[in-house]
Design a protein around this ligand. Structure first.
Ligand SMILES: [Cu+2]
Length: 130
């Protein structure tokens, strides 16, 4: 009969421990301005995403293929200015599906369609200039 009371006592102790843990509030109360790291990543996010970032826009570009990485799924283009993106002429890599990277080769002069989200772009169509 003592055995029953012991079990009860242990059960009560376990409950008490559990309750004690539950009662403690979460320690971390975050303040946004306190952490430099947070502020920095915020700035970087702003750089990558300007106001129009959330919306994908389709633009056309012209340039020369300077590199193709089929395993990474990218194509690097030395492209002319793209006013819609406020870009001067530059060389940069874009995401590209196999149909795109297979269609051209390094050195080709091309016209291309670009789906632009912020500063990230994907070439959605490409055509070697005649
Ligand atoms: Cu560019």
């Amino acid at each position: 009969m003592n055995y029953g009371r012991l079990t009860f006592a242990l059960g009560l102790a376990a409950l008490t421990v559990a309750c004690g843990k539950k009662a403690e509030p979460p320690v971390a109360v975050e303040t946004n301005k306190a952490e430099p790291a947070t502020a920095m990543s915020g700035n970087m996010a702003n750089m990558a995403m300007e106001p129009s970032a959330a919306t994908a826009i389709k633009v056309k570009g012209h340039g020369t293929v300077t590199a193709i990485d089929k395993s990474a799924g990218t194509i690097t283009l030395d492209h002319g200015a793209i006013p819609e993106a406020k870009w001067p002429a530059m060389t940069m890599a874009f995401k590209a599906a196999p149909a795109i990277t297979d269609a051209v080769k390094v050195g080709d002069k091309v016209d291309f369609d670009l789906m632009l989200t912020g500063n990230a772009g994907e070439v959605t169509a490409i055509q070697k200039q005649p």
